[in-house]
Design a protein around this ligand. Structure first.
Ligand SMILES: CC(=O)N[C@H]1[C@@H](OP(=O)(O)O)O[C@H](CO)[C@@H](O)[C@@H]1O
Ligand SMILES: [Mg+2]
Length: 543
């Protein structure tokens, strides 16, 4: 290791005194002006990870749906997946090391992970549209260069595009061409092939309004538009020409406030969707004739996709197992519909994409979605090989056609991570193929009224949970209190957990009416406040 280079650059990316940060659910995230040293050090770490895995590693500079002033960074592992947990610990350790210890921490990581320092390193870098992102990605590059790594800066890309690019690089192009253009070509070809028949049958143009959260999604959709069939007419709002990133718009805003984003004009029953700031989440919605807002969240997207896939599998006649993975935030109606009506096995994991992704890998076809709209479909190697073979060789015309459609889904979906663009195209394809309106889709089942709240406590780690975060084991008495409150309402459920991305405890409640869901959520919040060291104002009913 070139100690001089590391030290020289380190001094240019000094760590503010006393700042401690954690590589959380989605990498490091905080105010952009506190992150320069973290970026530099993640450049260093990416080089070590690349040497260790003998693969290209990705570094994405983004804070997703957080406010524009924030920023963040996460590393992407060789097949486009999230960084391995043991390296998350290294990341935290390195980010928090005092200046004079940086070299020792690097040496320790090399030792523990048996990093061959002679190995070449290749890092690819991407960033979102935040004003701070360009400079911060330059700091990542400084880190990469200090350790003698090579890099390619893809500049402005969506988070899922960078995941795709990493996977392409490490599979010698098997997953696709390692360019942003290659991404557009792969997805658009799959979309065109999947929908060809329906669109050429004279289906009139299908308009979709997209709120791009004033982020990277707008830029990339504009680039992609001319690859897509004209019949799919995309109308972009919050395209970044004015307005602040994620401010009163975007998928996270729409999901958590359950209302229209600012900056979009909708007529009754028009199909709309929102991306988040780095375009890895999507939710759909519409306003009905009476002006009521209807949210179609990740659970309904998962239901639409899995029922479509299940039908195709039936036609193909192969014994491939499909499973759906959710978190505790999935609406109870969705779980019930999937299990009881669709007869699909449903699994619940802890919050955080990596947990869902991991579980979904256990199936031939694993569909996973967080209720907030982050999700994708994973096909096992066996399933993919089988499907591609049937699409080519199956003699029975109907079966072959179904296999070809499944093959197109494999190519359309971004299997590395949830991807707003790819998910949107798959949803649009399914809707047009099934001839479903947004209202019909919404009507598959009725969401149980629900409410999510946040409670401020002195130390959110006093709450410990089990059973995929659905029950609290600490502090003593909290779960009993929740159980008693839940008993007061019909069709009710509630749970609490410390957030992995914000300094709050999250409370979720469902019940038979919105009023009851609101009451239950407030009462549970109060129990958290009283039993888990609440600070500031006591929770009260505000709805
Ligand atoms: C309730 C909720 O939506 N939680 C989000 C949020 O995690 P928390 O640990 O709840 O802060 O951010 C994560 C990263 O984006 C995302 O994976 C997760 O679904
Ligand atoms: Mg995001």
């Amino acid at each position: 290791m070139d100690l001089n280079a590391i030290t020289k650059f380190s001094a240019l990316h000094a760590k503010p005194d006393g700042l401690i940060l954690q590589y959380g659910t989605a990498g490091f995230r905080t105010k952009a002006n506190c992150l320069d040293h973290v970026m530099y050090r993640m450049g260093l770490l990416a080089v070590l990870r690349s040497k260790q895995t003998k693969s290209t590693i990705g570094v994405m500079v983004t804070a997703s749906h957080n406010p524009e002033e924030d920023n963040g960074v996460k590393l992407i592992d060789p097949l486009g997946e999230m960084l391995a947990p043991s390296w998350e610990e290294h990341a935290t350790c390195l980010a928090n090391a005092e200046e004079q210890n940086v070299h020792a921490v690097l040496a320790e990581i090399c030792h523990r992970e048996a990093v061959n320092q002679q190995q070449k390193a290749m890092i690819i870098i991407g960033r979102d549209t935040r004003p701070s992102s360009e400079k911060l990605s330059q700091s990542v590059i400084d880190g990469v260069t200090a350790l003698g790594g090579q890099y390619h800066d893809y500049g402005l890309v969506t988070t899922p595009q960078l995941h795709y690019l990493v996977c392409c690089q490490n599979t010698n192009g098997q997953y696709g061409k390692a360019t942003v253009e290659g991404y557009y070509q792969k997805l658009s070809k799959a979309f065109v092939d999947l929908t060809k028949q329906t669109f050429s049958n004279g289906n009139e143009s299908r308009a979709l309004k997209i709120d791009c959260a004033s982020g990277i999604g707008a830029l990339k959709l504009k680039e992609m538009e001319h690859y897509l069939p004209r019949e799919l007419s995309l109308h972009l709002f919050n395209d970044g020409s004015k307005g602040k990133l994620n401010h009163l718009c975007g998928a996270d805003f729409v999901k958590s406030h359950q209302k229209l984003p600012l900056g979009i004009e909708v007529k009754p029953n028009e199909r709309c969707c929102s991306f988040d700031g780095d375009a890895d989440r999507i939710v759909y919605y519409y306003n009905d004739a009476a002006g009521h807002f209807h949210l179609i969240d990740g659970d309904k997207i998962a239901t639409l996709i899995s029922s479509f896939l299940k039908e195709l599998l039936l036609e193909v006649g192969e014994n491939l197992k499909i499973g759906v993975v959710q978190t505790a935030y999935a609406n109870g109606s969705s779980t019930q519909y999937l299990e009881e009506i669709m007869k699909v096995p449903v699994h619940c994991t802890k919050t955080g994409v990596k947990h869902l992704h991991h579980k979904a890998q256990e199936f031939d076809i694993g569909v996973y979605f967080e209720a907030n709209g982050h999700g994708t479909v994973l096909f096992s190697k066996t399933a993919e090989t089988k499907i591609r073979q049937l699409a080519k060789e199956e003699m029975d015309e109907k079966k072959r056609k179904a296999a070809m459609m499944l093959e197109n889904v494999i190519d359309l979906i971004n299997q590395t991570v949830g991807d707003a663009i790819s998910d949107m195209l798959l949803v649009e394809a399914i809707l047009v193929l099934k001839g479903l309106s947004v209202q019909q889709w919404d009507g598959i089942y009725t969401d149980l009224p629900n409410r999510q709240l946040k409670v401020m406590v002195a130390d959110r780690q006093v709450i410990d949970t089990t059973d995929a975060e659905r029950r609290a084991v600490r502090p003593v008495g909290l779960q009993e209190a929740i159980d008693d409150l839940v008993k007061k309402y019909r069709s009710s459920r509630a749970f609490v957990r410390p957030s992995g991305t914000e300094d709050v405890v999250r409370v979720y409640a469902e019940a038979d009416s919105q009023e009851n869901a609101d009451k239950l959520a407030t009462e549970v919040s109060l129990a958290v406040f009283q039993l888990a060291g609440g600070v500031g104002e006591r929770p009260k009913l505000v709805f």
